[in-house]
Write a protein that binds this ligand. Structure first.
Ligand code: GAR
Length: 215
């Protein structure tokens, strides 16, 4: 009698990614390209932005991915916005929620819906330069002579800490002040595109299908 098919034999389905953005979306593009090129065993099932008219939404459209703007209503409480956002994101049934240039703090009203499933990218090393303009601040410190390097990281987002949480991957970047800010920023972005795709590839390869876990 031949061996019967088991969960182990069954090919895994691509992981479902919902990517949250607030701006240009170069990291979103790196994810979309890696999925299309079959490096990343995943599918971007939606792109959600808190900002209207950002280029990231156009990138989603161009890739045939649903692009959703969830704007903040005037006077809306942060927790109410986050609950609305969670509702939209949950509607796409994500395996992972990827914050790729998402520039808004998320409260437990959102995070509580996706435990161990929210991944953030930040252009600095763990514990260094949390918040906005990390690339510019690293550059300013290098020009002032107080820093020679920086890096990028990808981490899980368990709670409301800013750019903080269990680290999934890091990469360092040297700062060459003779090359100019634009070259430095480009190097940081190229480094984050690589690290984000590599880390998501590991996560999507290692994470069992939810049906396997619950079976
Ligand atoms: C990236 O540098 C990302 O690391 C940063 O926003 C940029 C978005 O670029 N995120 C943060 O600073 C989070 N604190 P992109 O829109 O071209 O991907």
């Amino acid at each position: 009698m031949g061996s019967s098919s088991t969960d182990h034999d069954r090919p895994r389905r691509p992981k479902r990614l919902v990517v949250l953005v607030s701006g240009g979306g170069s990291n979103l593009q790196a994810i979309i390209d890696a999925c299309a090129g079959e490096q990343l065993p995943a599918e971007v099932v939606a792109v959600v932005s808190n900002q209207a008219d950002v280029f990231a939404l156009q990138r989603a459209d161009a890739a045939g991915v649903p692009a959703v703007h969830v704007g903040v209503h005037p006077g809306e409480e942060r927790s109410d916005y986050d609950a609305r956002l969670a509702d939209v994101v949950a509607g796409f049934d994500p395996d992972l929620v990827v914050l790729a240039g998402w520039m808004r703090l998320l409260t437990m009203s959102f995070l509580g819906w996706f435990p161990h499933r929210v991944v953030n990218l930040h252009p600095a090393l763990p514990g260094d330069l949390p918040g906005t303009r990390a690339i510019e601040r690293a550059w300013d410190e290098a020009i002032a002579g107080t820093r020679t390097g920086t890096g990028v990281m990808v981490h899980l987002v368990p709670d409301e800490g800013v750019d903080d949480g269990p680290v999934l991957g890091t990469a360092t970047v040297d700062i060459d002040t003779t090359a100019g800010f634009d070259a430095f920023a480009e190097l940081v972005h190229a480094t984050e595109h690589r690290l984000l795709v590599d880390t998501l590839t590991d996560l999507c390869t290692d994470t069992p299908d939810r049906t396997e876990v619950s079976a």
